[in-house]
Design a protein around this ligand. Structure first.
Ligand SMILES: [Zn+2]
Ligand SMILES: [Zn+2]
Length: 352
């Protein structure tokens, strides 16, 4: 089969590789229909390896070169063990999180924190290929009224669902989302489902602010033009937002989020960030604010699919580009040159 494999930074190749077959009991093979390009993939393309290990992965044994891609939809090609309700040929998406299944975290359902864990497309060959091996436990059936494209974005939307549950958002809450990129949009869609009454977003790109308004956010602010903290404060009866969710990973913005959230509110850091954040301890202690991290999801992908199927979650605005996987290296180069042009780009190994 053909696969778009990562050989190193700025080095993706359209390689001929063996088609995965004979999955082990904890695996399944999926024939890929669509796979989304994640910020993580772009990161590996631009300056990897970050999450790709250069040696064999401790759990999967995989090592580069390997295909990226973990936001997939497709049909079941082979099952490593029988699964109730899923047969070869069925349309599926997959939770791409490999897990050991026996550690402290796995046995408590926190498999996304498994110390040996990793994702398809980073810890094992990914879905930028005609076929991909995924965790059997992650297979999620896709009902007829959910399209293959929407099934492929269930994974990034699950990140939003998990972030919102970490934030403890309740019906009627006011929420500020910092950053209106793909993760920000996933958070916004999930916060609305959780019942947010006021949904504010801070996003410097005008085109993205327009798109966010079309999605129905209460207000989209340009942080270069207005004092977002003050604007949200005034619009919430001089209280401030119940939750601030950062989808940027920028340390200075995480510090700002702490001073923006209301007394007793929660800050959730959803952006993939590194580096020290400086804030006054008193801003937490004297106002009883909480700051939490959020990573990926646990059991959220089936909930996203159910929400889509029930007509409660329309994520069509998220997908802004569709391209053949064979030209994927060029797509990555274009995305790297201008990240603002797209939210979510999907690639397909099928004829378009
Ligand atoms: Zn992703
Ligand atoms: Zn584990």
């Amino acid at each position: 089969m053909k696969a778009l494999r990562w050989h190193g930074a700025h080095d993706l190749r359209w390689d001929e590789v063996p088609t995965p077959s004979a999955p082990r009991p904890h695996e399944a093979v999926v024939e890929v229909t669509w796979c989304g390009v994640c910020g993580t993939d772009l990161h590996e393309f631009l300056e990897g390896p970050h999450m790709i290990r250069t040696g064999p992965h401790p759990l999967t044994g995989a090592r580069p070169p390997l295909a990226l891609g973990h936001e997939l939809s497709g049909t079941v090609a082979a099952l490593g063990a029988p699964v109730a309700g899923i047969a070869v040929g069925d349309r599926v998406t997959a939770d791409p999180c490999w897990r050991c299944g026996v550690c402290y975290w796995c046995t408590r359902g926190e498999y996304h924190l498994c110390p040996k864990g990793g994702s398809v497309g980073l810890a094992s060959p990914g879905a930028f290929a005609e076929y991909v091996t995924v965790p059997l436990a992650g297979l999620t059936p896709v009902p007829d009224n959910v399209s293959d494209e929407m099934a492929a974005v269930a994974e990034p939307l699950a990140v939003g669902l998990h972030a919102v549950s970490r934030a403890g958002i309740r019906p009627g809450d006011n929420v500020l989302v910092v950053g209106g990129g793909p993760i920000g949009v996933a958070v916004i869609l999930a916060a609305r489902i959780a019942g947010a009454a006021g949904l504010y977003v801070s996003e410097p790109l005008a085109g993205r602010r327009d798109m966010l308004r079309a999605l129905g956010v209460t207000e989209a602010f340009d942080p270069h033009e207005v004092d977002v903290r003050r604007e949200v404060f005034l619009r919430t009866g001089r209280i401030g937002p119940d939750a601030v969710i950062d989808a940027t990973g920028v340390p200075a913005l995480a510090a700002q989020a702490v001073s923006t959230v209301r007394r007793g509110g929660r800050v959730v850091l959803a952006g993939v960030g590194h580096g020290a954040v400086a804030f006054d301890m008193g801003q937490l202690v004297f106002y009883e604010r909480a700051v939490l991290g959020t990573l990926g999801y646990t059991f959220d992908i089936p909930r996203v699919i159910d929400l889509m199927s029930a007509g409660r979650l329309d994520a069509s605005a998220l997908v802004t580009g569709r391209f053949p996987l064979a030209g994927g290296a060029g797509v990555f180069a274009d995305l790297a040159a201008d990240r603002a042009r797209h939210l979510k780009v999907l690639l397909t190994p099928k004829d378009m």
